[in-house]
Design a protein. Structure first.
Length: 262
């Protein structure tokens, strides 16, 4: 079995471990307005300033969903989010908003030391509400029991575009097929549970398959009609980001009660 790692990226730093992978590989540039729920989670560290560490998903005016491993060990005062952004390094567009973080909540049963990173989901509360506009809108959560088996979904993020490379400045997207839990387990074994959801493009030639990578962790996997439902939160995959193994996401529909009660 391949070594796996979560998809976090410390964008402008050398703090990320080499075996962690989070990005969109073999994807394409996203267009403005395409994914208005996409969030950049950023960390402040002197003397570097603010830099992107993970993706996240806007689900309410002051509520953001991400992976637990993105906020594990962090303090709210050192975090902020950017919404409405397409290119992290361009001058701000008319839709962008930067908001500080008031609190972070990891799922109480998250275990970053266990195989499969179980319950890798967390909530970020913002210090104030964002203003909805054409490029800032909340994602709808996939309902309980959603399958999406063998349906095309889309993943997005600013992560690495090649394994071992640098993160993307422009938001990337990739269309990729959701596979069954049994199919995912044929690659990853018991590390994959019913609370995971996996994507994999087996029909594409090796070396061309899309994948999440470093910097994409916590970002959205959107499925359903017009890719309008948040099915997964980017969690982990093969450390080379080669696309030769499925990328694994936290299945949002398994956590609706927890999300809505917080």
């Amino acid at each position: 079995m391949k070594t796996f790692g979560v998809f976090v990226c410390l964008f402008a730093m050398v703090l990320a471990e080499d075996d962690l992978d989070k990005r969109i590989v073999n994807g394409e540039k996203a267009e403005l307005y395409a994914w208005p729920h996409q969030v950049s989670l950023q960390l402040y560290q002197a003397p570097y300033g603010w830099y992107h560490i993970c993706g996240a998903v806007l689900i309410g005016p002051n509520k953001v969903l991400t992976a637990a491993h993105c906020i594990d060990g962090q303090q709210a005062r050192n975090l902020r989010v950017e919404v409405g952004v397409l290119n992290l390094y361009d001058p701000p567009n008319a839709y962008e908003q930067t908001v500080s973080v008031s609190s972070i909540i990891m799922h109480p049963q998250y275990n970053g030391n266990a195989n499969g990173y179980p319950n890798d989901i967390g909530i970020i509360y913002l210090s104030g509400p964002v203003t909805y506009n054409k490029n800032v809108q909340p994602a709808a959560l996939a309902p309980q029991g959603s399958s999406f088996a063998n349906r095309q979904c889309v993943i997005t993020g600013w992560g690495r575009t090649v394994g071992g490379g640098s993160g993307a400045s422009h938001l990337k997207q990739a269309y990729i097929t959701k596979i069954t839990t049994a199919q995912c387990r044929s690659y990853w074994g018991a590390s994959v549970t019913d609370k995971h959801i996996c994507v994999f493009e087996a029909s594409d030639p090796a070396g061309t398959r899309p994948s999440a990578c470093n910097g994409d962790s916590g970002g959205p996997m959107m499925c359903g009609n017009n890719y309008g439902l948040l099915a997964g939160v980017t969690s982990w995959g093969v450390s080379s980001c080669s696309g030769d193994y499925p990328s694994v996401y936290t299945r949002v529909s398994e956590y609706l009660d927890w999300i809505n009660s917080r």
